[in-house]
Design a protein around this ligand. Sequence first.
Ligand SMILES: [Zn+2]
Length: 110
Amino acid sequence: MTEFDEAHLSLRRKVAEAVSCPSCEAEHIPEDVLVLGYQDGLWVVVVVCARCHWQGILFLRQSPPNMPPGSELDAEEWVRFQHLSAIDRAEAQRLKDAIWALDGPFEDDL
Ligand SMILES: [Zn+2]
């Protein structure tokens, strides 16, 4: 089995374990899940219920290892920014104040 096949099988198992049929509530098996493709950190899979034939398309975002869940960074951004601390409220306020203090024209600032 190639690395590509193993990644697909792993994804199919995870989706089957995580998703039950929204129509009849049947549990899924990996064979119910078809991987359509992967691009820019996004998996596209189809789930077909073997019991009631409900079909759904899922778009799944794959995060790099050790990336906090729910992060809005993509994999490349995560590599670039993971060592930096998040801005705090005071820093956000300073940025807001700086933006409000801008008084055009802005040609000299560019
Ligand atoms: Zn079903």
